[in-house]
Design a protein around this ligand. Structure first.
Ligand SMILES: [Zn+2]
Length: 254
């Protein structure tokens, strides 16, 4: 009984996460097309049938419908329930690490933005400007609410992004995308300098490992979208970066 009561907040957070996740699906499809993310009602991509509320219950509707449209029986991408479930799981992880705090709220918003831009960047090699602006505002909120570490947030905004900007200029824009630079600036403002440097290193490691495997296995092209890997690094550094940095420093005897 106690165990059940303990898990109630997390169940609520998970449900909240998958509901937001279904909004992210809308953003993932419509932002690259510059379609409205609020106005147009949800409809089947094949037959155009307007979806009823019971067809839009996150995760569960997809399972109940067996991944097919109620009307025309065409397949509904498995990406929908996966994004919804991932967003729910990420919210639970954020709150498990940071508790029910202001920081958790900001991190949840950040994680949803990262999930959305990762999918869009993966498909289109472009990070929508609006998502970086959204992250930048989260960064301002994080900085204002953590004024004791003001300098860390400000240095965080420039330390990785300035390095990438130099790479960008030296390579004529081939080594890195402008969207990646803005992403690291905005998330550096959120996390501060230690965690954004760790995030960048993790992103580079994850990116090179995964990309090498993809080229070997599927012969994927050499074009590399950095957004998903940087996002993975940012997520890991935001949640466990301080712990890992602490371990590392203690190993060095600092
Ligand atoms: Zn249909």
């Amino acid at each position: 009984m106690l165990l059940f009561l303990d898990s109630v907040p997390y169940i609520i957070i998970f449900i909240f996460g998958i509901v937001i996740g279904s909004f992210l699906n809308v953003c993932i499809y419509r932002l690259p097309l510059h379609e409205s993310i609020i106005m147009a009602p949800s409809h089947c991509m094949t037959c155009g049938r307007k979806l009823r509320w019971y067809d839009m219950v996150p995760v569960f509707s997809w399972i109940v419908l067996g991944g097919k449209c109620r009307n025309c029986k065409s397949k509904i991408s498995v990406q929908y329930p996966i994004i919804e479930a991932l967003n729910g799981i990420f919210y639970v992880l954020v709150c498990a690490v940071n508790g029910l705090t202001w920081v958790s709220l900001l991190y949840c918003l950040m994680v949803s933005a990262l999930l959305t831009l990762s999918l869009i960047d993966w498909r289109t090699y472009e990070i929508p400007f609006g998502i970086n602006v959204f992250l930048f505002f989260i960064g301002i909120a994080a900085t204002v609410s953590d004024r004791g570490n003001l300098i860390s947030h400000l240095i965080g905004a420039v330390c990785v992004s300035a390095f990438l900007e130099i790479l960008f200029m030296l390579s004529g824009g081939r080594a890195i995308g402008g969207g990646d630079i803005k992403l690291m600036a905005a998330c550096g403002l959120i996390l501060g300098w230690k965690q954004i440097i760790l995030a960048f290193l993790l992103g580079c490691i994850i990116g090179s490992v995964v990309h090498t495997i993809r080229i070997k296995v599927s012969g994927a092209g050499h074009m590399l979208a950095m957004g998903p890997y940087l996002s993975a690094g940012i997520f890991l550094a935001a949640l466990w970066g301080n712990t890992w940095i602490g371990w590392y420093l203690s190993l060095l005897g600092l």
